[in-house]
Structure formats: C-alpha cells, structure tokens
Design a protein around this ligand. Structure first.
Ligand SMILES: Cc1ncc(COP(=O)(O)O)c(C=O)c1O
Length: 476
C-alpha cells in the first residue's frame, strides 16, 4: 500500500454510523469508565509506543457517540452552529462553546480594521520581537493595553498562552520560588516548571495558605525571589481570588504577584477592567498582569503589563515566546486596537450589560431545574454534573437535542466534578439560553436514568501506574 492509501485507510477507520445510545458500544472498554491517562503507558521501552492505547479508546468513544471533543465547526460559529465529529456526524444547535465573551467576532468595525490592515500592510509581521517584528502600531497597542490596565509598560506575545507562560518564565529563575494556585492555567504552570526548581502549589484561592507558605519560604531563605501566581477569573470554576488581600500578603513578604486576566479582561467589572478593577488593584507596582486578546477582542495574541521596566527586559531576554516566536501580524494588531477602543467605550458598557443579563438568565434557569451552578456570575456558566460517565452521556444527548457545548472532566477539573461549561456572549437571546439550559438539564436527567440501566460504569479511579505529578501537570 502506498503512503496516500495508508492515510486514506486510517481516516476511514473513524467513519461510523449514528448509533446512540447503543448499550454494547457504551459498555466498550473505557468508553464511559476511563480517562485518557489510563492509556498512557510509561513502562513501554520505546517512547513512541507509550500512547498506543489512546487511539483505540478515542475510536471506541467515537463509535459509541460519546466523544465530545475534537469536533470541527462547519460554517460560521454563530450563536447557532453546526459541528462535525471525527466520524463525520453533524450536529446543529445553540452554540455555547465559543469564548467570544463580548460578541465581537463578527463586528463590522473590527472587520473593517482587519480589512484596512490587510490592504495597507503586509500579511505578516516578518520576524520576532527583537528582530524587526515590531512596528509603530504594535508599540501603540502595547501602550494602550498598559494604560487601560493602569501600568506604565506593556509587551505583546503571539498568543495568550505565550504571554502567561512568559510572565512566569520571564521573571522567575532557577533558585526562585513560584507559589501557584492549584487550579492555575496550564500555561502558568508550565512557565513555573520551566523556570525554577521550587514550584509550590497552594489551595485554590486560599490567601491563608499563601501567607503561611510565604512565611515558611522566608524563614528558610530570606533573600529568595518569590512570585505568587493566580488568575483574575478562573474559567473552570468561575470564581476569583481576593486580590487586594493577596497583594498585601505578597508585599508583607517582599513577593510579587502575577495575575492572569484572560477571562475577565474587557468583559467584567466597571469599564471591563475585571477583578483587578473591581478590587482597586490596577497599576500596583508589585503586580504583573498577563492576558489574552482571544476571549474578548476576537483575535489571537497576548500581553504582559507592568510598571517595572526591568520586567519587560527580563521577559524579552528569558521567556522564549517573545524572542523566539514571530510577532503578531499587522491584522491581529489592528483588530485588537479597534476591539480595545470599543470595549473601553459606550458600546462596551452596553455589551457588558447584555452579557451580564444573559449570565443571570442562564444561572437562574439552571437553579430552577435544581442544577448546581459553579462560581459567581461571569461569562463562564459551569453546570455541575458529577460523575464523568454521566457527563459523557449527558453531553452526547445534549448535542443530539440541539445544544453545542463542552464538558470538562478530570484531569482538567477535580475527579467527580465533571460539568458542562457554557460560554456566554451578549449575542445570545434570553429565550435561546433558557432553551439551551432546559436541554442540558433534561440531558443530565436522561443520562442519570440511562446510566443506571447500564450497570457499573463509574469511572475507574486508579492512576497508580503513572507518576503522581503528571495528572496535576496536565490538569487545568
Ligand atoms: C487563564 C488562561 N491563560 C491563558 C490562556 C491562553 O490563551 P490563548 O488561547 O489566547 O492562547 C487561556 C486559554 O483559555 C487561559 O484560560
């Protein structure tokens, strides 16, 4: 068989007929009972053999119709969208999977800014930041973001992930300490593990634990550099830290605080200034802020702001993504600048008001059905399901009943706390959201009943064959 025939045969393996719910397929090995780490085999001698079990597991889940990840959007990801799974099945429904928190991804002003940039400029930024990848426009965007967030300096990155990674990796060195919230985003955790030997997790949102751990560090090592890392709004649980108190704890122990505002930037709080704005912490000299354009400004890209020029230089020098990755394109910069103007102005306020009323409608409707809602009102409305197996069934059912949404399960969230994560946008109408939540509540109720007829499908808990640290590294 030549190479193209082999590829064709492999793709065909993923084509299955719609067959949901099918008891035999749902009871297939690991379909409802296992997570991905069960298919990682660290004992295999050849590194490339260690993940062999994963393909079969994906295929069995796909065949049974309960693989709700890796779908493609067919056409426009509007408030209603059509998605296609790897087997080619298509589902059309209310779209709650798009992190377009301010609904700007189809805004005529942002589109016009993009078209003008495409017409007037090159497609590409030509090089990395230190090597002519910047322009007066990227300089202006850096300044505008910094001013919006009350800092003196800003620096841009190709993605939000790169900004978050670099905020930690650009500041902490080998012998320093990074104290990081256990639920902090992957990008922040990987930045921490990449930069220093002393990564210490603290209990989610626990300022008391930060205080204790800082004191311990200081008693052992009075001159250590310490960076505390948290988020302005946690996207899995929809909750936020008491940043004002955290900052004052940091100051008392000569530590700096890094806050990732990817999920609250531009869309919550007065003028869209998120948790930092609400808690009057913007512009603090001991604060480093990182964030993304991707949730609110409808383009890729990330930023870091600070009032310490040394941090800008250390990030350029030590964090790989600024120096070794090609800078944002002129089009991305033009979209972000137009988006920021809009978010900071009158239309931004109107959109935030509509967004907040949508959030409230969705939360209230879930409570009406007796479904627990995580966190405080924010663009992420997470609905508790519980067991991972029930969440997989419920999500498959919701897709078939007309809702396109996401479930989160271990190791992305804690075990037994699987949930639907609905992303809100001001573009949704109230009636649409009510209908979507009704469908999700019905799907959860159906999944619980159906699961009871399947016998024991509870997710297996043993991860003893893998390194203890691995799930927590991949988690969140
Ligand atoms: C807290 C946090 N930081 C960084 C990122 C990465 O942002 P981007 O997708 O724009 O690269 C995300 C993505 O969701 C995130 O949740």
């Amino acid at each position: 068989m030549n190479k193209s025939n082999t590829t064709q045969a492999k793709i065909d393996l993923y084509s299955f007929e719609e067959n949901f719910p099918n008891r035999e397929l749902l009871k297939g090995e690991g379909v409802l009972t296992k997570g991905q780490m069960r298919y990682f085999n660290p004992r295999s001698e050849h590194i490339l053999d260690r993940y062999q079990g994963l393909e079969g597991w994906y295929r069995r889940r796909l065949q049974a119709g309960v693989m709700s990840h890796f779908l493609k959007v067919v056409g426009d990801p509007d408030v209603e969208a059509t998605v296609r799974d790897l087997a080619g099945r298509e589902f059309t429904g209310i779209n709650l999977s798009t992190v377009d928190y301010m609904g700007l991804s189809n805004h005529p002003k942002l589109k016009k800014a993009a078209i003008n940039a495409l017409t007037d400029k090159r497609l590409h930024s030509i090089n990395t930041g230190p090597l002519l990848g910047n322009s007066p426009e990227s300089g202006a965007l850096q300044k505008e973001i910094a001013e919006y967030l009350g800092h003196e300096y800003g620096i841009l990155f190709p993605t939000g992930w790169a900004a978050s990674f670099s905020g930690v990796a650009g500041v902490a060195r080998k012998d320093d300490y990074v104290l990081i919230d256990e639920y902090a985003h992957q990008s922040l955790k990987q930045g921490a593990y990449a930069s220093c030997d002393n990564v210490i997790k603290f209990k989610h949102l626990s300022n008391t634990e930060v205080n204790l751990k800082l004191k311990e560090i200081r008693s052992k090592n009075p001159t250590a550099g310490v960076l505390v890392v948290t988020e302005g709004l946690y996207s899995m649980d929809g909750d936020a830290p008491d940043i004002k108190e955290l900052l004052s704890i940091c100051k008392s122990q000569k530590a700096a605080l890094l806050v990732d505002i990817c999920h609250d930037f531009g869309c919550t709080g007065k003028e869209g200034k998120g948790t930092l704005g609400e808690q009057d912490a913007l512009g603090d000299p001991d604060l480093i802020v990182v964030g993304a354009f991707s949730k609110t400004l409808s383009t890729n890209g990330g930023y870091l702001t600070t009032s310490n020029l040394g941090v800008i230089f250390s990030t350029c020098s030590f964090a790989g993504p600024y120096t070794y990755s090609t800078s944002l394109s002129p089009t991305q910069i033009a979209i972000a600048r137009e988006g920021l103007k809009l978010v900071a102005g009158k239309e931004g306020n109107e959109r935030r008001n509509k967004l907040m009323s949508n959030i409230q409608i969705a939360r209230d409707r879930a409570k009406h059905h007796g479904v627990e809602v995580y966190g405080t009102p924010s663009p992420i409305v997470s609905l508790h399901v519980g067991s991972e197996n029930i969440a997989r069934l419920a999500c498959a059912k919701a897709f078939r009943m007309g809702v396109v949404t996401t479930i989160l399960e271990y190791p992305v969230v804690a075990r037994g706390k699987a949930r639907f994560r609905m992303s809100m946008s001001p573009e949704h109408e109230h009636e649409t959201l009510i209908k979507a939540v009704d469908i999700i509540a019905d799907s959860i109720a159906w999944a619980k009943k159906y699961n009871a007829t399947l016998g024991d499908t509870k997710i297996e808990r043993s991860d003893s064959h893998i390194s203890k640290d691995l799930p927590s590294i991949i988690g969140q």
